[in-house]
Write a protein that binds this ligand. Structure first.
Ligand SMILES: NC(=O)c1ccc[n+]([C@@H]2O[C@H](COP(=O)([O-])OP(=O)(O)OC[C@H]3O[C@@H](n4cnc5c(N)ncnc54)[C@H](OP(=O)(O)O)[C@@H]3O)[C@@H](O)[C@H]2O)c1
Length: 264
């Protein structure tokens, strides 16, 4: 029997998780409940057979797994409202940014298996990078949560102290990559393509570059060596980008983002 999942907070991320789990066939629609105070925005999920409610307590009571997907400032009030229904037989997964396991345990006051997961917006197309850490979880629980997020993309297990870094590299990383693609499109237009064709070429080329690393397991520089002919156009362009601070500006941007949220 597959576990019943309650998603508390059917906003952007909560709804994307529900959609992704359905598309991947990880779970049947009849086994998912999504909650939200204003349920009128959830009609698409309802049409797909998912139960929709604004009653968090009822959703938690009926479920084996609870995924919390509300804004950080809403966590305390929400957890206080459902803590009596969160028995230690359930698996609790928070995708909320910046709320520590210890903060949630202090409110819940029991020893249920607790996970934090940091996905990114590509979860909507089952291409998320999701970083996971856990507390008081059995091997079986860990396997289950990994399987759940594997159906929504790639998964790595990390220490909780790296969750802020995961937020930057994995979740904010989507924005960094898209800005890089946008710059390529602008360059492409300047050298002759219309915006539509430039977008297709830039996005597919970056997708292919990422796949080369993912599928071959190589360091980026190994793949770059294959493209850079001596005295050629690629190395000339790359070196000009580096003289202008390309890698340096990216690294500095990542570090500045991290400093905004780092707790250490
Ligand atoms: N978006 C991302 O890429 C991303 C990535 C990683 C982590 N996160 C984290 O995921 C969380 C959710 O992000 P989001 O972008 O999905 O935010 P969101 O769209 O604002 O979703 C939050 C949802 O929670 C619902 N909600 C609020 N209070 C509730 C309550 N008491 N009971 C039931 N539902 C309630 C809200 O709907 P109502 O107002 O109708 O109740 C809202 O739809 C955030 O903590 C964020 O940091 C997001």
């Amino acid at each position: 029997m597959s576990k019943r999942i309650a998603i508390i907070g059917g906003g952007n991320l909560g709804s994307a998780i529900a959609e992704g789990l359905l598309k991947s066939k990880f779970i049947d629609a009849s086994k998912i409940i999504v909650t939200k105070r204003n349920t009128s925005t959830l009609h698409k999920l309802k049409e797909k057979g998912i139960e929709i409610t604004s009653d968090n307590n009822e959703a938690v009571k009926k479920s084996d797994v609870v995924i919390l997907a509300v804004k950080p400032f809403q966590v305390s009030e929400l957890l206080n409202g459902i803590k009596n229904d969160l028995t230690d037989k359930k698996i609790f997964i928070s995708v909320v940014t910046g709320v520590l396991i210890s903060d949630m345990k202090n409110i819940i006051e029991n020893d249920l298996p607790l996970f934090r997961a940091m996905p990114n917006t590509a979860i909507a197309i089952q291409q998320s990078m999701t970083c996971i850490c856990s507390n008081n979880a059995s091997e079986e629980n860990i396997q289950y949560v990994n399987d759940l997020f594997k159906n929504l993309g790639e998964v790595v297990t990390i220490d909780e102290k790296l969750m802020e870094a995961a937020t930057i590299l994995g979740a904010c990383g989507i924005a960094y990559a898209l800005r890089f693609i946008r710059a390529n499109i602008q360059g492409g237009i300047e050298i002759g393509f219309d915006a539509k064709i430039a977008s297709i070429i830039a996005a597919q080329t970056i997708k292919g570059s990422a796949e080369l690393l993912i599928q071959n397991g190589n360091h980026p520089e190994e793949e770059i060596d294959r493209v850079t002919t001596p005295k050629g156009c690629t190395i000339a362009g790359l070196n000009e980008m580096e003289h202008r601070g390309f890698s340096s500006s990216l690294i500095r941007g990542v570090v500045v983002s991290y400093k905004k949220i780092a707790k250490d």
